[in-house]
Design a protein around this ligand. Structure first.
Ligand code: ADP
Ligand code: MG
Length: 352
């Protein structure tokens, strides 16, 4: 093998992206990534195959045009085409072509990238930016509405005592104001990290116990059993206790609300190598697959009296704790797994 040729094959072999060397549509050489992209079983090769066999009919003419342009020795930027994988599945990829000399003759170096991952990341970024903007806006508005609302409530109480005959109306107004306040307080929890009070705690089990005690009455009323499997000796974590409690209450309330005819909620507390893992599992009806990626959006709710903010705020609080949050759901139920990194207890915490 000549030196120039060796350099090219080495470049192809070590490219993190799929690369194919082509002459007149026939594949001369490729790396493992290219074989994987086209779904070729391991140890099999694409060499001697005609690339046009893998180009989808709709992309044939533009692909042909690209190869023609490359023959004129111009380097072409990424262009998108549709291809077929070995098993017949169609996929979209972007291709950059570079004319090279291989085995003493003109050839084409094709860098092929599956666009699925890139598009998914772009979508995700756009989505999280939108969410952040919505969150900031919501928290700002909530703050502004709170003050006039307090004044309205005060004056309402004053006038209420003077109008015995219209008492039922006042009750409705109060109930509606309570609901506005509930939504506002949820929105205001979209607090910035600077508003959080971080403390080292070495009793996550106590925190969970407080939460289950709080929610127990509601659970019993709904015929729901809460089972806790707590691994003793959990390491310390650094957290804002109240915010974490709010997160856990949100999850438990969602589970209770999902099981109006009763059921079971299991809470597991485990210690992994770098984090404390707390999981909440219910045996309710689950979240339909087509709604799964919407439940964390602000104001997305399937409940008549829901705010659609619980999951979004919970996720945000967990992320502010450098933790991770995963939601799984199917017809057998819904699980939420929270991982919080542990810290070493401060001397203050140890002394307690
Ligand atoms: P809300 O409870 O106010 O509706 P959330 O953000 O807490 O808002 O939840 C959003 C939606 O996610 C709920 O309306 C419900 O459809 C779905 N959901 C959340 N948790 C569960 C669960 N454990 N089981 C079934 N559906 C759930
Ligand atoms: Mg909720």
């Amino acid at each position: 093998m000549k030196i120039g040729e060796q350099i090219i094959t080495s470049l192809v072999d070590h490219s993190p992206d799929p690369v194919i060397l082509l002459r007149d549509g026939v594949i001369l050489y490729h790396n493992q990534q290219a074989a994987q992209l086209f779904g070729i079983p391991e140890k099999n090769s694409l060499v001697a195959n005609n690339i046009f066999m893998s180009v989808a009919p709709g992309s044939l003419s533009s692909f042909q045009q690209m190869l023609m342009n490359l023959k004129q020795d111009s380097i072409l930027d990424f262009q998108e085409f549709m291809f077929y994988r070995h098993e017949g599945i169609c996929f979209e990829a972007e291709v950059k072509g570079i004319p090279v000399i291989f085995q003493s003759e003109k050839a084409v170096y094709l860098l092929i990238r599956d666009t699925k991952e890139r598009k998914k990341t772009e979508e995700f970024l756009l989505h999280s930016e939108k969410l952040m903007a919505a969150g900031q806006l919501a928290a700002g508005i909530a703050h502004e509405i709170r003050n006039p609302l307090t004044a309205i409530k005060g004056f309402l109480q004053l006038t209420e005592d003077q109008h015995e005959d219209t008492k039922p109306y006042f009750e409705i107004i109060h109930a509606e104001i309570d609901r506005i306040e509930l939504i506002l307080s949820e929105l205001l929890t979209l607090a910035k990290p600077k508003d959080m009070e971080f403390k080292v705690i070495n009793n996550v089990q106590d925190l969970l116990h407080d939460v289950t005690t709080l929610i127990e009455t509601q659970a019993i009323l709904n015929n729901i059993e809460i089972v806790t499997n707590i691994k003793l000796c959990t390491p310390s974590i650094q957290c804002d206790e109240n915010q974490l409690k709010q997160v856990f209450i949100n999850f438990l309330k969602n589970s209770i609300e999902a099981m109006p005819d009763g059921g079971q909620i299991t809470i597991d507390l485990d210690v992994l190598h770098d984090s404390v893992q707390i999981s909440f599992r219910d045996n309710g009806p689950g979240i339909p697959e087509h709604l799964l990626n919407r439940v964390e959006e602000p104001f997305f709710t399937t409940k008549e009296k829901g705010t659609g903010l619980g999951l979004m705020i919970s996720k945000q609080i967990i992320e502010n704790h450098n933790g991770r949050f995963h939601l799984f759901s199917n017809a057998q139920g819904t699980s939420i797994i929270v991982n919080l990194p542990f810290t070493y207890p401060s001397s203050e915490a140890v002394n307690i």
